[in-house]
Design a protein around this ligand. Structure first.
Ligand code: NAD
Ligand code: GLY
Length: 369
């Protein structure tokens, strides 16, 4: 965990008035963890929450780094996997924190992927009515999406992310070097969210990704640092304008997600990684937009070509379109029985669209098989 490429470090500000914070992005910069934390927290007591995979890889060493700098540290390890985003695990963490004497002078640090970030953030938001919180995201998905913007939460049986809060961190420390140990399937799933930013917000970025496929595949640190920073900047700009998803602007980040959630549910959440489902969902959304005359076939192909170049599947598993449509109507984003889709009208721009005919949705699903 040495600072291999210290010159690559970039700092990005998320401007949210008194909840503003920095995202520091680099390669090898976990070596700066204790000074990063000290600059942002008026305390020397930290709870590090991680999972069983990330603990031996990174969290244990980060804990040692803090101890060497004079901090009191407790390391809490949950099982790796989505099942840890549960009321039982949250409750176990609250009880352990009580036993360890955690109070409002303690900072909670999430070291892991989106599961750990969402869970630790939720525990930080709720324990003692809110503790300071820092994110160290270690998956690509967490670095470009879940660690930024303050959505934290846990699942109820059968209802993903149903209990949660908006709880902004004091800071986010991103080291792209940790992606070296990430399984390739997880890395590729995170790339779906990267492509999503290009489609929804930035056509030039989409073009850049097309040109950098080989460097992305090789996990080139310079290229990855720039890509992760750009995604964080795009997300930060959306969050700054619609922190609590009340104006509809933040909803653009859900491009492809209505289809993706149905695909994940149809596979009982065990068949596809979230990002894999998002890649397929983006293809369905593009096909729906084409059917509604919002984009042409070249758009659908351009998006699918990049996803395929990044080794993401663009055709659906063998679920019945009627079943997928039924699952879509059970999504928590359905309001008053109305399905809403985020649909493109050109590369780099999307809109929220209601009143989509079920027959068009079914046709888009059939065309995507
Ligand atoms: P994850 O946290 O389960 O991590 C995937 C796997 O990779 C886990 O087994 C983990 O232990 C392992 N891992 C993590 N970092 C590693 C590394 N550097 N090297 C080796 N292994 C590593 O999954 P995820 O895809 O990061 O996150 C998914 C979660 O994020 C979902 O629960 C989803 O709801 C949530 N999410 C939240 C938001 C938000 O805005 N809060 C946005 C998107 C997704
Ligand atoms: N991942 C969607 C959001 O943060 O709003």
């Amino acid at each position: 965990m040495s600072a291999d490429h210290p010159t690559l470090n970039h700092t990005l500000r998320v401007a949210l008035a008194e909840r503003s914070y920095d995202i520091e992005i680099g390669s090898g910069n976990l070596a700066n963890f204790s000074s990063f934390l000290r600059q942002r927290c008026q305390t020397e007591h930290a709870i590090l929450i991680t999972d069983t995979t990330v603990d031996p890889l990174y969290a244990d060493q980060l804990g040692d780094q803090l101890v060497e700098s004079g901090w009191e540290v407790h390391l809490l390890v949950v099982d790796a996997g989505e099942q840890s985003k549960s009321t039982e695990v949250a409750s176990h963490l609250w009880e352990t924190m009580l036993a360890e004497g955690v109070d409002r002078q303690t900072v909670v640090v999430a070291v892991g992927g989106g599961v750990v970030g969402d869970l630790a953030g939720f525990v930080a938001a709720t324990y003692a009515r809110g503790l300071p919180f820092v994110q160290i995201p270690t998956t690509l998905l967490a670095q470009v999406d879940s660690s930024v913007g303050g959505k934290v939460g846990i699942n109820l049986p059968g209802a993903k992310n149903m209990v949660g809060a908006f709880w902004q961190p004091q800071g986010v420390l991103i080291d792209v070097a940790v992606l070296e140990t990430l399984p390739v399937q997880e890395y590729r799933a995170g790339l779906a969210e990267v492509v999503k930013y290009g489609v929804i917000l930035d056509a030039d970025f989409f073009d850049t990704l097309e040109q950098q496929v080989d460097a992305i595949e090789a996990k080139n640190p310079q290229v990855l640092t720039t890509i992760v920073e750009h995604c964080c900047r795009l997300k930060a700009e959306v969050v700054e304008q619609d922190e609590r998803e009340t104006t509809g602007l933040r909803a653009v980040l859900n491009y492809g997600h209505t289809f993706a959630h149905a695909l994940e549910a149809a596979g009982s959440y065990g068949q596809l990684l979230h990002g894999e489902a998002v890649a397929m969902g983006m293809c369905c959304a593009a096909r729906l937009a084409a059917r509604m005359g919002r984009v042409g076939e070249p758009f659908v192909k351009k998006q699918a070509d990049l996803l395929q170049a990044l080794h993401l599947k663009t055709t659906l598993p063998d679920h019945s379109p009627d079943e997928l449509l039924r699952l879509m109507y059970h999504d928590k984003k359905v309001e008053q029985g109305q399905l809403r889709f985020i649909l493109p009208d050109c590369m780099g721009h999307v809109e929220q669209v209601g009143e989509v005919r079920p027959n068009d949705i079914l046709a888009a699903l059939r065309d995507s098989r």
